[in-house]
Design a protein around this ligand. Structure first.
Ligand SMILES: [Zn+2]
Length: 368
């Protein structure tokens, strides 16, 4: 096991939940302190408040990974006589950095919404609302060495390989191709009925699905082979919320009980006919008020989400969508989820760092 720093830990974390996944304007990333220091312990928490900071201090954590960014709206001042300033002062005095992973962790495969969907016993899980602007495809094509540059250039000119602000991105690896042309073929390399072994390159590029025919045309016109070998792969969609099915349908009342138990909450609020059978379930951690229609359109019988407003509940009732609101705090599922994932990844990299899921409940509501 070797000593590590914040940069290394976060680069591993961002391979899982890259900041680019976050919805526009979401202040994800390092918010307080620096990652340029040795890290031995990381506290994973839903929220950063005085109690969780105290927990980080007691446990000797140099870094906090939080789901909710402690600086969400722009700071207007840093007054240490007010709660937010006091919190930041305490963190800085104890040299504790805070890294926020919010909607990028909601969207990431295996992130908050997948953790919730699994806890809610969903199967055949899909994305509820796609957030990436367009679905991407990946082309992998095999070329004889002497034609690699020509094909790569043709693909780039056709517009393949644009990732964010970077153009002409591709990956090339070397290998050996084997083929035996039939008597009917007119091979670019080799003889009919003889096995040819050719040094080949594999070129991989990514492009939006709308460019598929243009990219394939560029490939087929630039490639020297009569029948080039290539693979087209539809890349996974990224998005908020999940939808899936229960193994067996059950009444809304029974499913509400299961939600309570699985998410470990003392109560849930339920909209809809309690005797109605539910099988298709949508879930969105946090505040899902904006996604009532999306869940209905996706065919959900019931939508599990938090912070439901009175009028949104009435709208859901009117369109015949049942809703179970277990509260916003159920996103705490990320504490163990992130700690387990990062422990595994850092073990693989032999890094001497411990991830501690916070024991503090940041639920502000009490039931009396
Ligand atoms: Zn939240």
């Amino acid at each position: 096991m070797k000593e590590t720093n914040g940069q290394h830990i976060i680069s591993l974390f961002e391979q899982w939940a890259p900041k680019s996944l976050a919805v526009e304007g979401d202040p994800v990333g390092l918010q307080i302190g620096t990652l340029n220091k040795t890290i031995t312990k990381v506290l994973v928490t839903l929220d950063v408040n005085l109690k969780t900071v105290e927990e980080a201090i007691v446990n000797g954590c140099e870094l906090i990974i939080a789901h909710h960014p402690p600086i969400f709206r722009g700071l207007k001042n840093m007054r240490t006589d007010l709660p937010q300033g006091m919190l930041i002062e305490k963190l800085i005095k104890h040299d504790i950095a805070v890294y926020a992973a919010h909607t990028n962790l909601d969207i990431a495969a295996g992130g908050v919404n997948d953790l919730l969907a699994t806890a809610l016993q969903l199967e055949n899980i899909n994305i509820l609302e796609q957030t990436s602007s367009e679905q991407l495809m990946k082309l992998a094509v095999f070329t004889p060495k002497q034609s690699t540059e020509l094909v790569r250039t043709a693909l780039a000119i056709a517009g393949a390989g644009q990732i964010g602000d970077y153009m002409d991105c591709s990956f090339t690896s070397e290998g050996e191709g084997r083929f035996k042309p039939s008597g009917l073929a007119t091979p670019f390399i080799g003889q009919a009925n003889e096995l040819a072994v050719v040094e080949e390159d594999k070129i991989e590029v990514v492009f939006p699905i709308s460019m598929k025919s243009k990219v394939l045309k560029a490939l087929l016109t630039s490639h020297p082979y009569e029948e080039p070998a290539y693979d087209l792969i539809l890349l996974n969609e990224k998005g908020l919320g999940r939808i899936g099915t229960l193994m067996q349908s059950q009444t809304l009342a029974d499913y509400a009980e299961l939600v309570k138990k699985q998410l470990n909450v003392p109560f849930v609020r339920v909209v809809g006919n309690l005797t109605k059978e539910v099988k298709k379930v949508a879930v969105l951690g946090g505040d899902g008020n904006k996604y009532i229609q999306t869940a209905k359109r996706a065919g959900a019988d019931v939508f599990v989400t938090g912070d439901l407003y009175f009028h949104v509940a009435q709208d859901a009732e009117a369109i015949g969508l049942a809703v179970i609101d277990p509260g916003h705090h159920v996103e705490q599922i990320m504490k163990i989820g992130v700690a387990e994932y990062m422990t595994k990844v850092c073990m693989q990299h032999k890094l001497a760092v411990e991830f501690i899921p916070s024991n503090i409940s940041t639920e502000p509501f009490q039931l009396i």
